[in-house]
Every structure is written in structure tokens, then in C-alpha cells.
Design a protein around this ligand. Structure first.
Ligand SMILES: [Cu+2]
Length: 109
């Protein structure tokens, strides 16, 4: 009997331990791509919460993706593709902090 109670007590702990910072966002398994070409962001529409947004740099210079609230910052080297963290629903105005004139808006539905 004692072991059953111990097992029941452990379950919520295991669930809690399995969570990460993006636990509330369930991955859709889909991807969307923001591409950068000639210092311009091309931002996809109809991005859903849980979609993996990738950042593809078609230029021969490094770029960056940083929301204007500075909540995170992702560098992408020339010719590379990187993953953004899963984002909650909302409208994200962002720029490249290396080239602050490079601006874009990503809407997550
Ligand atoms: Cu840039």
C-alpha cells in the first residue's frame, strides 16, 4: 500500500519535471520559414502557434532575429538556417540587431 501511495505522489512530479519553458506550446509538427535575401526579411503568413519557425539566411553576411522587446536573440550565419523558439500567439515586431534597419513583423495565430 505504501508503494502505491508513493507512486501516486510521484506522478505529478514527473509531469512537472518533464516540462520546459515552452511546455504550454504544443508543437504542430509544421514548419514555416522566414527568409532573408538582400537584407530583407520575407515573413510567412498563416503561422500557427506551435509551428516551428525557421530563419533562412540567403545572404553572404550574418544576420539576426531579435524581437523589439529583446526577449531573445538568434544569429544566423551566411547561408545557414536556424530554428526560432516556439512562440505564443501574438504579433512580434522584430529586427536584425546587426542591421537595425532590417525590420519585420511575425504574426502567430
Ligand atoms: Cu542583418
Amino acid at each position: 500500500m505504501r508503494s502505491v501511495i508513493a507512486a501516486l505522489l510521484c506522478l505529478p512530479l514527473v509531469a512537472a519535471c518533464g516540462s520546459s519553458s515552452s511546455a504550454e506550446i504544443v508543437s504542430t509538427g509544421k514548419t514555416a520559414e522566414i527568409s532573408i535575401t538582400n537584407f530583407v526579411f520575407a515573413v510567412p503568413e498563416n503561422v500557427m502557434e506551435g509551428d516551428l519557425v525557421q530563419l533562412k539566411n540567403n545572404d553572404s553576411e550574418a544576420h539576426n532575429f531579435m524581437p523589439l522587446d529583446d526577449s531573445f536573440s538568434i544569429d544566423v550565419a551566411a547561408g545557414e538556417t536556424v530554428d526560432l523558439p516556439l512562440l505564443e500567439k501574438g504579433t512580434y515586431q522584430f529586427h536584425c540587431h546587426i542591421h537595425p534597419d532590417m525590420m519585420g513583423t511575425l504574426v502567430i495565430n
